[in-house]
Design a protein around this ligand. Structure first.
Ligand SMILES: [Zn+2]
Length: 284
């Protein structure tokens, strides 16, 4: 099958009370393994790419690779550009073939965030591309204030107006989550998730989905979060899987192939964690 729209994937997840992992990838293997794991558990998956990684690989190579993998996949595969921080980057993603983009105006004042997001929305609509925005600011897990200071969190009272003004398809929210490794275990604000969920029908996105304790992930899904971005944890899982095989292998291919089993173990467990009610898709 060809790519499935991220909007469609998330609406399905929202309806069936599970969440979809969005794995940040940077090469063929990291994308292929995420899709292979999705097939094992028969669940949709979102493959996403951080624009900062264009120092390593172009957006077009990633988009073409994921489209090719999606064509042969037995589960729905969405392709998403993560964290475009300006108009140009978001549009470059659309031009490269991404069928969903995030425009991250979360560091801007409300009205400027609305203006930037709306600009991207207009162009994305022309090309039939889905848009994720962010309200409240998800900072770094390595800066305590970023993820523990409620001033950075999403204000539920602003949500309805932001969604109406921007017409986005999904919304990233700040509720005690942060990017990368956490200095101390995060304590997510579940009441805030529920309050935000009550304000809008569009799917909600959790950035900084790595290293959040399992029980908090599960509770967030039950409260209505639909997409979990997972970058740091996936990178670490790949690194850990690689470490023991590097010394024993004499070819590059051998290392990558030997990593697969451990990586798939990590990935399939993540799908199960995000699926507290045990929803299962049909084999395609
Ligand atoms: Zn993020």
């Amino acid at each position: 099958m060809s790519l499935t729209s991220v909007k469609e994937i998330l609406q399905h997840a929202s309806k069936h009370a599970y969440a979809v992992p969005a794995f940040n990838i940077f090469n063929y293997e990291s994308a292929m393994w995420a899709i292979k794991a999705a097939e094992k558990v028969r669940m949709p998956v979102i493959i996403q790419f951080f624009p900062g990684y264009t120092i390593h690989v172009s957006m077009r190579v990633i988009a073409d690779t994921v489209k090719d993998l999606a064509r042969n996949a037995r589960v729905p595969v969405g392709l998403h550009l993560d964290h475009a921080r300006d108009f140009e980057t978001a549009i470059a993603g659309i031009a490269a073939g991404f069928s969903s983009v995030m425009i991250d105006g979360s560091a801007l004042p409300f009205e400027d965030n609305v203006a930037l997001t709306s600009q991207v929305r207009r162009v994305a609509t022309v090309f039939g591309v889905d848009v994720e925005a962010e309200l409240g600011h998800v900072g770094s897990g390595s800066k305590l204030d970023d993820f523990t200071n409620p001033n950075n969190y999403t204000d539920p009272k602003e949500v309805k107006r932001f969604v109406e003004l921007t017409d986005v398809d999904s919304l990233a929210i700040a509720v005690g989550n942060g990017h990368g490794h956490y200095l101390t275990a995060p304590v997510l604000d579940f009441e805030r998730i529920s309050a935000i969920k009550a304000e809008t029908d569009i799917p909600l996105v959790m950035h900084g989905g790595s290293d959040i304790p399992d029980e908090q992930i599960r509770e967030s899904v039950i409260r209505g979060m639909s997409k979990f971005n997972i970058a740091t944890e996936y990178g670490c899982a790949m690194y850990k899987a690689q470490e023991p095989v590097v010394a024993q292998q004499d070819s590059h291919f051998g290392v990558l192939h030997a990593m697969e089993e451990k990586v798939l173990e990590y990935l399939t467990a993540k799908f199960e964690l995000l699926n507290p009610n045990g929803y299962r898709g049909d084999e395609k």
